[in-house]
Design a protein around this ligand. Structure first.
Ligand code: I3P
Length: 128
C-alpha cells in the first residue's frame, strides 16, 4: 500500500502588537508619533491595524477590520536603529518607495523575532 504524503506550502505569517511610528514619507522626514499597532505579516506585506485598545478583540482580525496601512516588503530594507530613538529594541523598515517606519517592543526577544521573520521575507523576495 502506498502512502500519500501531503506537503503544505504555507505563507509565512506572524502577528502581534508593536509600537510603531512613521518617520518618512517618500523620503521626506515626518514628525514622530509613536502608537501601538497590531502588525500582521502576510505574504509579501506587512499590514498595520489601529490601536487595538480602542477596538474589541474580534476587530483586530484582518477579515474584520480595515488596515490602517500596509507595506510592500519587496525591495525593503531593515536595520537596527537604537540610534534613532531614545527607546530600546527599535528597528527601521524602509520601503522601496522611501517610506520609513520605526518598530519597537519592550521585549527584546520579540523584536528580534520580528526582525528575523521580516528579513527572511525580504531575502526571499530578493531571490525571486
Ligand atoms: C518627540 C517625541 C518622541 C521622540 C522624539 C521627540 O517629541 O518625544 O517620542 O522620539 O525624539 O522629538 P514631540 O512629541 O514633541 O514630537 P523617541 O521616543 O523615539 O525618542 P527625536 O526628535 O529624537 O526623534
Amino acid at each position: 500500500m502506498h502512502r500519500v504524503q501531503c506537503v503544505c506550502v504555507c505563507e509565512l505569517e506572524k502577528a502581534g502588537l508593536l509600537n510603531k511610528t512613521k518617520i518618512a514619507e517618500g523620503g521626506r522626514k515626518l514628525r514622530k508619533n509613536w502608537n501601538p499597532s497590531w502588525v500582521v505579516l502576510v505574504g509579501n506585506s506587512l499590514v498595520f491595524f489601529k490601536d487595538p485598545k480602542s477596538q474589541n478583540p474580534d476587530s483586530w482580525k484582518p477579515g474584520n477590520s480595515r488596515p490602517e496601512s500596509s507595506v510592500d516588503l519587496r525591495g525593503a530594507q531593515l536595520q537596527w536603529a537604537d540610534d534613532l530613538s531614545s527607546r530600546k529594541n527599535v528597528f527601521k523598515l524602509r520601503t522601496i518607495t522611501g517610506n520609513e517606519f520605526l518598530l519597537q517592543s519592550e521585549t527584546e526577544s520579540l523584536i528580534r523575532e520580528w526582525y528575523r521573520t521580516i528579513q527572511n521575507v525580504i531575502d526571499r523576495l530578493d531571490k525571486e
